[in-house]
Design a protein around this ligand. Structure first.
Ligand code: NAD
Ligand code: UDP
Length: 338
């Protein structure tokens, strides 16, 4: 079976390509490399001793995208490609709506014209907005997304839901990721943020390696166990494995399904810092800063539905997430070196 992975050289996509190849699937990747490096392709080969077909194509290039569907036959598409920087999306909303929405519409168009109606979409816990209750189940109503990035996720979910409603031949799984961190245990692939990291774990690893002087902790007065924000961090390899399980569900004619992907446990910023220090033996200097605009106090998943329906549970704990994130940073101090 051949799987098309859009955004397959990115952080989560590359780990998923590894899992797919290791599970015997053939893989084709479409990525325009706007936020990833072609070096990832060699790294995937080093890990799996297998090669994925690579197409350096922008999803906005409808003709080129359609050409791939003309030349290859896909059993399922896993759609990771998109822009994901929350702050940038506030400053340049058009870029986000155009890239994420038009890119997805072009993909759906090619899929439908070539009779490929199996799709897994990378959504996010951000669609819940500020949760009314935690842990968050899939039944929790979608909330107000405070930024254009989150809006694109919510809108694409709606588009895909309507497409399934109109044509029951479509099998669509919407995966709502919580906070993916960690890296492949080999240290060969991981997360390479563009510029100064916005997310917690890449910021911590850059402090650990000496690129940044200290971590600023955004808010110490939240109504949480220690006043700092609580999130559900999930190892990227566990996340990648969930995609393989979700695909099996698709091949059993899933219809439309939504799954939260998290561990079900919430860790505060201070707990993450201390876990990192324990796992690596490196001290992380930090100071408290004001709350970051748009942040919520606590967000963690109920992952019971994925367990029941997909037989998937996250296996890695917070220490391994910290250790593997650090391992990738240490082995690749300048990322993929491009
Ligand atoms: P990433 O930026 O590492 O990967 C996305 C990939 O898509 C990149 O390789 C980029 O070059 C590519 N891309 C972007 N626009 C494209 C286009 N128009 N045409 C072709 N390629 C394009 O991001 P990631 O962390 O791996 O995230 C993957 C998906 O998961 C994204 O859709 C993201 O919104 C979603 N997601 C990520 C997180 C997270 O915290 N990392 C959380 C929830 C959801
Ligand atoms: N955070 C922080 N300092 C940073 C980056 C993040 O204190 O430099 C906090 C943030 O306020 C939140 C948690 O770490 O409580 C996770 O933030 P991240 O940006 O990684 O993910 P989010 O849940 O916001 O998508």
């Amino acid at each position: 079976m051949r799987i098309l992975v859009t955004g397959g050289t990115g952080f989560i996509g590359s780990h998923t390509v590894v899992e797919l190849l290791e599970n015997g699937y053939d893989v084709s990747i479409v990525d325009n490399l706007c936020n990833s490096s072609a070096v990832v392709l060699d790294r995937i080969k080093q890990i799996t001793a297998k090669t994925a077909n690579f197409h350096k194509i922008d999803l906005l290039d409808k003709v080129a995208l359609d050409g791939i569907f003309e030349s290859e036959r896909f059993d399922c598409v896993i759609h990771f490609a998109g822009l994901k920087a929350v702050g940038e999306s506030v400053k340049e909303p058009w870029k986000y709506y155009n890239n994420n929405l038009v890119g997805t519409l072009n993909l759906i168009d090619s899929m439908s014209r070539h009779g490929v109606k199996n799709l897994i979409f990378s959504s996010s816990a951000t669609v819940y907005g500020s949760p009314k209750v935690v842990p968050i189940t899939e039944e929790h109503p979608k909330g107000n997304c405070t930024n254009p990035y989150g809006q694109t996720k919510s809108m694409i979910e709606q588009i895909l839901t309507d497409i399934h409603k109109a044509d029951g031949e479509w099998n669509i799984v919407l995966l709502r990721y919580f906070n993916p961190i960690g890296a492949h245990p080999s240290g060969l692939i991981g997360e390479e943020p563009n510029g100064t990291p916005n997310n917690l774990m890449p910021f911590i690893t850059q402090v650990a390696i000496g690129k940044l002087p200290e971590l600023g902790i955004f808010g110490s007065d939240y109504d949480t166990k220690d006043g700092t924000g609580v999130r559900d961090y999930i190892h990227v390899v566990d996340l990648a494995k969930a995609h393989v399980k979700a695909m099996k569900k698709i091949f059993d004619n899933a219809g439309l399904e939504i799954y939260n992907l998290g561990t079900g446990k919430g860790y505060s910023v201070l707990e993450v810092v201390h876990s990192f220090e324990e796992a690596t033996g490196i001290k992380i200097p930090y100071s408290f800063k004001p709350r970051r605009e748009g942040d919520i106090a606590a967000c963690y998943a109920s992952a019971d539905k994925a367990k029941k329906d997909l037989g998937w549970v996250a296996e890695y704990g917070i220490k391994e997430m910290c250790l593997h994130s650090w391992n990738f940073q240490k082995l690749n101090p300048n990322g993929y070196g491009e």
